[in-house]
Structure formats: C-alpha cells, structure tokens
Ligand binder design. Structure first.
Ligand SMILES: *Cc1c(COP(=O)(O)O)cnc(C)c1O
Length: 400
C-alpha cells in the first residue's frame, strides 16, 4: 500500500515549487504564487482518476467523512449506518456532527452486509456508509437499491481502496459522495490529506465552503467573501497537496506493482485447500493494497498470526485481536469516554452497543488475516515471503 515507499525526485520537485514562492496556503496570495496552485491541480487530477465531476481536498480522510456528511445535511440525532469492521474514523466523523453511528454486521466481502443494513433502518436513518476495507468492496448494486428505496444517502469511505473498481467505476465514485484519505500509509499519500468526491454540484459547493469556514470563494479578496453558512477549517496545505500531486501521477505504477505482488502471494496461498479468500462481488476489481484470507477457525487464525510474527512476516493483521479496526475492542466508544459532554440523544442512541453482539462479524473477522502489499519489495522478496507464509499456515494446520 504506502506510496511513501517510493518517494523520489517527483515529490521533491513539487514540494520545492511551493517552497520557492513560499505560499503554503491553498487560497489567495495570487501575486506571490508564480502560478502554482497545487491543491487546485491535484483536485483536477483526482477528477480524472476517480471519474467524477467534483473533488474537494481536505485535511484528512476523517475530515473527508465529516465534510461529506455535513455537505449532505447529516447532523444532530441522525443515524448513520456503518460496518463493525472499519477504521475508528468512521464513528469519529459521524459523532463529530452530533449524529449517531449504528454499527451493523459485515459479510464475507469484509464490508457492510446489505441484509444487515435493511434491518437497521429506522425513521432516523439518514445515510449508509460503506467502508471499502482493505482494497475491496461490498455489493454496491444491492446497497444502491436499498438506499434509493429508503431515500437514504449512500456514502463510500474508499480510503483503503484507492484504485479499486466496481463494474469499471472507481470505488468512491458510485455513491452520492465518496471519501478518500491520503494519510502517510495510504496508496497515494500527501503526508496528511483527504478528499470528498461527488457528481452532485451542491454537495461539492457545500464541501468547498464548509471546509474553509463557510467562505464562498468568490473573487480574490478573502476578507470580502461572504459566508452563506457556518463552516470549519478542514483545509489542506499546498505542501501536502504538492506531495499528492506527484503521487497521483504515479498511481498506475503503484497499482501495477501491488497487483503483481498480490498475485504472487495469492497464488501461493491458494494451494492450501483450507485457505479461502474474501468474496469480491461480480464486476469488482480489488485495488490489491491488501491480501485478505480466511482460515478454518479463530484458533488457527491466532496461531498463524503469531507464526507470521515469529517468522518475520510483517504487515499482517488479525483484526479480531486488534484495537483499531474492529468493534470488539472499541471500549472507549462503548463506554462513551469523551473529554466533553455528549448529547443525551447520542448517549441514548449508542446504548445498544453495551449489549449488542455481532456473531456474524466475529465469524469472518475471527478467521481473517489481512496482509499489506508493499510497493518496495523485490520479486525475490515477495516469493520468499509467500513461501514463508505457506510454511507457517501449513504448520498451524498440522498442530490441530
Ligand atoms: C485511513 C482511513 C481513514 C482516515 O483517514 P485519515 O486521513 O487518517 O484521517 C478513514 N477510513 C478508513 C477506512 C481509513 O483507512
């Protein structure tokens, strides 16, 4: 996954353009910039990459999710359906708006299960957020049908799936709004950064204003701009955008490397009959940023995970025992450990988490191992890694 592995002269040149004129801010200072508008240029590039009409860069992927929801009018007391397997940013971004995250089960795609979504819909539901975890997707057609029928927004968090596609459409471009992260470990990185993408002009204009204190961005005198509504500061800096601009141009190269490395490891593991792979819906192409596979049960998965660590196979995660990406260990959320008071409405809305169990999600996450696919490996290293992984898995299966 991480684009930082291949930083080089292109990134350096872009950053130096910004440092040479000294304008680190994306708006204003027209006279000093020598024609350099890195954030604007990156937005244009991303419109091409993601085949959408509008892209708004922001300061992070977490900000992108908050801005996307805010732009579409999601706020206090609204329910947003999200998966149990995701990054903590999903509920953080929802709660930052005073909205209520409703966690539902995932399935063998490792993303939100459409049947579980339907069951969770209430009169308060405003949006369904699919998180395209580890480079792949859920059943987008089914989700779209549900959202259309119930008049709900479909938001895609495609932060981990840059370059993945569904029926030839880039992930992130299918729902009403899509969110990306360009943080340090994503497929293309700005250091810190994110983007909201949409074909809806109003959502875009709202994102543009909201992410910069409500500024309307009309004319070239910031002090004279009006504020049609309240906003916040989720701006990206020119330095960050410059790094992203170099990286986005290399995305095809990154994706090709990922695909090749992914293929070598997948082929090796597929020779073990007990290993199965995540389901990729018809018409879907993974970004290959991660390889995900299932083992027969939780105990074997734990043994394999430990075996990988002992044998120097790094970058593999057993999310069941991990504090970051799976509901099981989100005690701070379940116990509402907030620095500041949380509204009664949200407290009430989150009570279900104290007792709710997710056996279907446990069934998949308990048996899943997720391995990062790096860009800097040599072919020999990938092959060596693949055979070590096979050895560890076979040994763990024999222990039974
Ligand atoms: C990385 C990530 C985010 C958050 O992005 P940041 O830029 O780190 O704030 C959100 N969702 C998912 C699925 C992610 O992987």
């Amino acid at each position: 996954m991480p684009g930082f592995e291949l930083f080089g002269d292109l990134e350096r040149k872009q950053v130096n353009d910004v440092l040479d004129n000294g304008v680190l801010m994306r708006y204003g200072f027209d006279g000093m910039r020598n024609g350099h508008w890195k954030a604007k240029e990156l937005e244009k590039e991303l419109e091409n990459t993601f085949q959408v009409n509008h892209v708004q860069l922001v300061s992070s992927g977490t900000a992108a999710v908050s801005v996307a929801l805010a732009a579409a009018g999601v706020g206090a007391g609204d329910e947003v359906i999200i998966p149990t397997f995701t990054f903590v940013a999903s509920f953080e971004a929802v709660m930052a708006l005073g909205a209520i995250p409703i966690l539902v089960d995932i399935d063998d795609t490792l993303t939100i299960n459409p049947t579980a979504v339907v069951k969770a819909i209430t009169p308060k539901t405003k949006a369904v957020m699919i998180v395209q975890m580890c480079g792949s997707m859920g059943d987008m057609d089914a989700l779209q049908t549900i959202c259309t029928k119930h008049k709900l927004l479909l938001v895609e968090d495609a932060c981990q799936a840059i370059g993945g596609t569904y029926k030839r459409k880039p992930l992130g471009s299918i729902g009403d709004l899509g969110c990306f992260s360009f943080d340090f470990v994503k497929t293309i990185t700005c250091g810190e950064g994110g983007a909201v993408i949409s074909n809806n002009k109003q959502y875009y204009t709202n994102s543009d204003h909201y992410s910069d204190h409500g500024h309307d961005h009309i004319g070239n005198d910031r002090g004279a701009e009006t504020h049609p509504f309240l906003g916040y500061n989720f701006r990206i800096s020119e330095l960050h955008a410059a790094v992203g601009l170099a990286q986005v141009k290399r995305l095809p190269e990154f994706l090709a490397i990922q695909k090749k490395n992914f293929g070598i490891i997948r082929d090796a593991l597929s020779q073990i009959p007990e290993v199965t792979f995540r389901t990729v819906p018809n018409g879907g192409e993974e970004s290959c940023a991660f390889l995900n596979f299932f083992l027969p049960d939780l105990e074997i998965a734990r043994n394999v995970s430990a075996g990988f660590k002992e044998n120097g196979v790094d970058g593999c995660f057993h999310y069941y025992d991990n504090n970051w990406h799976y509901v099981r260990k989100w005690d701070h959320l379940k116990e509402l450990k907030s620095l500041f008071p949380i509204s009664e409405e949200v407290k009430e809305g989150l009570k279900y988490l104290q007792t709710k169990e997710f056996p279907q999600s446990d069934h998949y996450i308990g048996r899943n191992i997720s391995c990062l696919i790096k860009l800097s490996w040599t072919e020999a290293q990938v092959k060596e890694r693949a055979s070590k992984m096979v050895e560890v898995i076979k040994a763990s299966l024999l222990k039974l």
